[in-house]
Write a protein that binds this ligand. Structure first.
Ligand SMILES: *Cc1c(COP(=O)(O)O)cnc(C)c1O
Length: 388
């Protein structure tokens, strides 16, 4: 038959088959919208939720199945779903688990777009979104109502860095049958064993440490409970949340070095934060390993390490104009959002507009410590402090 094919058909249907048994470290990049079936019976028999084979590109290829399985392994979970961004994973959780009349509790220090999502649900979808003190711990029991279906936690909050008592929140939630979702991005699934703390859904912005390249956006939801996974999976399917396999490959490429990079970010951040703590220009250093940080004792109890992200509260005598000038004068620290890549970053935050009960005075500046030599970063900060 191949002899009779026209060139045009040959361009679409080749006789070539790559030899089987190819073996290498990386997972291949399998692109597909259409997945092919051997015959009609195979197509009819296929259930898209069954992960032992393939159905359609949106439900995954060997590349995305591999990333899902590896992320579940890292977190010590069982199931994983990929989303086009960390924020998409947050939104997916809300849409999968909440309906009109329900109530969701969100920490007051949460990653701000998560709060924006909560406000949207409250404004347009008839869902009550309430914000709680991130240090509330077991006290959250008093906030749980019969219609409370979901509690978000973030450990630590990625701007003001309070470390919540995750086990206490989970216990109070489970006593009343409420699901807990944790944004575990800061510790990359390495420094906090979330499922052992009682968390039901682990959310990761793979955009940060898992990728490590500052060049890809992706999110993940990891669970141990099959029924919970099913709910998330149905919403994932209905919303059509696909990810590009080239992007999946970039994240897979980051995994072998994830812990070594994380440990290097951790060591660098502790050096720089420790040095900032000695400076007269600085009032407080909100790094979970430093006693200034609310929840420091909880961090010591629950975490085995720290990420590269922390914030500094400048002495109240410095105006926003002065601290902005400080940031502009940094050389190695670039100005921009996100974190987890090799390059150090610095961003100012206006806490009074972000938080309900922010009582600190002084400008808050967030640092992401990259993989540069920490001594060079310290020297950079030292020269920029003169601009104050
Ligand atoms: C970056 C980030 C997100 C969102 O991830 P994107 O991929 O940028 O949408 C969510 N939570 C935290 C704590 C983050 O730092």
């Amino acid at each position: 038959m191949s002899d009779k094919k026209s060139l045009q058909t040959t361009l679409v249907h080749s006789d070539y088959k790559a030899p089987e048994g190819f073996s290498a470290f990386p997972t291949g990049i399998h692109h597909a919208s259409t997945v092919l079936f051997k015959n009609v019976a195979a197509l009819r028999a296929r259930n898209w939720q069954d992960k032992t084979a393939y159905t359609y590109g949106l439900h995954g290829t060997p590349t995305s199945f591999t990333l899902e399985a590896r992320l579940a392994e890292i977190e010590d979970g069982k199931h994983c779903l990929l989303a086009p961004s960390g924020l998409a994973a947050i939104a997916l959780t809300d849409l999968a688990l909440l309906k009109s009349g329900d109530d969701v509790l969100i920490p007051d220090n949460v990653y701000n777009p998560n709060r924006e999502m909560g406000n949207w649900l409250a404004r347009e979808f008839g869902i009550a979104a309430r914000y709680y003190d991130p240090l509330i711990g077991a006290g959250i029991a008093a906030l749980i109502q019969p219609n409370t279906k979901l509690i978000w936690a973030e450990a630590p909050g990625s701007v003001s860095m309070e470390v919540p008592d995750v086990p206490a929140i989970c216990k109070a939630a489970h006593d009343k049958g409420v699901v807990v979702a944790l944004d575990n991005t800061w510790s990359a699934g390495i420094a906090l064993r979330a499922f052992d703390m009682g968390v039901d859904i682990v959310m990761q912005a793979l955009t940060k440490y898992q990728s490590g390249g500052a060049d890809v956006l992706m999110g993940a939801l990891i669970t141990r409970d099959r029924e919970l996974h099913r709910k998330l999976e149905l919403a994932h399917m209905r919303l059509g949340m696909g990810v590009g396999m080239d992007d999946v490959y970039l994240v897979l490429r980051g995994l072998p070095t994830l812990k070594m990079r994380f440990d290097a970010h951790d060591a660098g951040a502790r050096k720089v934060a420790g040095w900032l703590k000695t400076r007269p220009e600085v009032a407080k250093v909100f790094h979970p390993a430093i006693a200034d940080c609310p929840g420091h004792e909880t961090w010591k109890r629950d975490f085995t390490g720290a990420g590269g992200l922390f914030s500094v509260l400048f002495d109240a005598r410095y105006s926003e104009e002065q601290t902005d000038r400080f940031i502009d004068n940094l050389t190695f620290f670039k100005i921009g959002y996100s974190w987890g890549g090799a390059g150090s970053l610095c961003v100012p935050y206006r806490m009074q507009t972000m938080r309900r009960n922010w009582t600190e005075s002084g400008q808050l500046v967030r640092f992401n410590i990259g993989l540069e030599d920490p001594q060079d970063l310290i020297a950079d900060i030292e020269q920029a402090l003169k601009a104050l």
